[in-house]
Design a protein around this ligand. Structure first.
Ligand SMILES: CC(C)(COP(=O)(O)OP(=O)(O)OC[C@H]1O[C@@H](n2cnc3c(N)ncnc32)[C@H](O)[C@@H]1OP(=O)(O)O)[C@@H](O)C(=O)NCCC(=O)NCCS
Length: 384
């Protein structure tokens, strides 16, 4: 395998876009390529994610992005893996470049749903669940994650303040990220007073519906020669899966796909948990951040929920988590989310995260979950 780097990354501000998904995706792709010092003609393959393109009556976005970049002859394909789509696209790009099938590859994720109301957006999101067993019985993602939260609370001693502290931390980080959907801090009072969405999840336990686009350029070390930015070495690119329906899982106290993807990633990287300086994890709901810390192997079972309240996961804590603001505050434009986690790590390592820097960071991990964990990606990056 060839050593493979992230050499460029860019995203727009998440929230509500006036552009179409395709326009935003093409624009951030051009920005990521420019940041890499490469040229569009250097791209050997483009992997695009756009789960809900149908909401804009647009599929087959790869050739459109490539045409907009002036490289219509470059091959492309759409990678769909629910909320983990663009990290799955990154995995494909890594496999192509590390395996020698392309010298450089482009990953682009984009999503636009803000022209839809909450009911319609929720219906699109449930395409990522099992229609026959979950959606047809009325399950939505807030409902499914509320089930995970209920299971967790029934086994481990938790308080609402523990989950509130996760939301407060991520909003505080988002307030320092100019590309975050929500750029305002919240208090415990605001959290506790927010409306119930799906008990026990309150409004501030949930990520919002966001539009957004993010892009990443990966290239073989031997192809880049003179990097114009501090590249991220891709130390591991691991994917895993698990039984999709929650009713068929042996327990609801974690996401099995996170556990297996993390173990595979640490084996690939030849690193241990203690070697990681910060994490971008999939906190679509506050319970998801708690479970991620446990399933990734950073904290023992039952310790994830209280980590934010204890200050462990603060930017200056022992294990900084989601300095970008996470899905909770930076936002969750489904197909852009995995790529955007890499954008944050790239910005951090290049000293471009002013106000929310993780001091002296050399290594970072990105964790991106598809739906309730039917699929999962874990990537590990380090400085050269
Ligand atoms: C929580 C949720 C139901 C709220 O939707 P809603 O009740 O229709 O909220 P609205 O869009 O009407 O917004 C009402 C207000 O709450 C804010 N808001 C909406 N969602 C928010 C969130 N998740 N966190 C904080 N504030 C939020 C809006 O900005 C708006 O504020 P304003 O009145 O100051 O402008 C919706 O965001 C949701 O379903 N989120 C989860 C998405 C999801 O399932 N993703 C997949 C994960 S696997």
């Amino acid at each position: 395998m060839r050593e493979t780097w992230v050499v460029g990354a860019a995203s727009n501000r998440f929230g509500k876009m006036s552009e179409t998904g395709r326009e935003a995706g093409t624009r951030v792709a051009a920005e990521a390529i420019q940041a890499s010092g490469l040229e569009p003609k250097d791209i050997g393959y483009t992997f695009v994610s756009n789960c809900f393109g149908a909401a804009e009556r647009q599929g087959h976005v790869g050739p459109l992005v490539n045409s907009g970049l002036g490289i219509p002859d470059v091959p492309s394909c759409t990678v769909e893996s629910a909320c983990s789509s663009s990290s799955a696209a990154l995995h494909e790009a890594f496999v192509h470049v590390a395996g020698g099938f392309a010298d450089a590859a482009l990953v682009v994720g984009m999503e636009k749903l803000s022209h839809l109301d909450t009911l319609a957006a929720t219906s699109y999101f449930t395409l990522g669940a099992d229609c026959a067993y979950e959606t047809k019985n009325g399950a939505t993602f807030p409902g499914l994650y509320a089930t995970l939260a209920t299971a967790y609370r029934s086994v481990y001693r938790t308080t609402p303040e523990m989950f509130g502290a996760i939301a407060i931390k991520n909003h505080a980080n988002g307030a320092r990220n100019p590309n975050a959907h929500f750029q305002k801090e919240i208090s415990m009072e605001t959290y506790l007073g927010s409306p119930m969405i799906a008990s026990p999840l309150r409004l501030y336990d949930c990520c919002p519906f966001s539009d957004g686009a993010a892009a990443v350029v990966v290239a073989a070390k031997e192809f880049v020669k003179q990097p114009v930015t501090e590249p991220l070495v891709i130390r591991a690119s691991a994917r895993s899966g698990s039984i999709m329906d929650m009713q068929d899982r042996p327990d609801l106290l974690g996401l099995p796909a996170t556990r297996t993807a993390a173990d595979a990633a640490f084996r690939q990287a030849h690193l241990g948990r203690r070697d990681i300086d910060f994490l971008e994890v999939h906190d679509c709901f506050t319970i998801a951040e708690a479970l991620a810390l446990e399933d990734l192997g950073f904290l023992p079972k039952g310790a994830g929920a209280g980590a934010a309240l204890e200050g462990i996961t603060a930017r200056d804590g022992r294990l900084p988590v989601n300095p970008s603001g996470g899905l909770k505050a930076k936002g969750h434009p489904v197909s852009a989310t995995g790529a955007a986690q890499v954008v944050e790590i790239f910005e951090q390592m290049n000293g471009r995260a002013a106000g929310r820097e993780v001091p002296r960071a050399e290594t970072a991990l990105a964790h991106n979950v598809g739906a309730t964990g039917g699929s999962c990606s874990v990537h590990i990056f380090s400085r050269r």
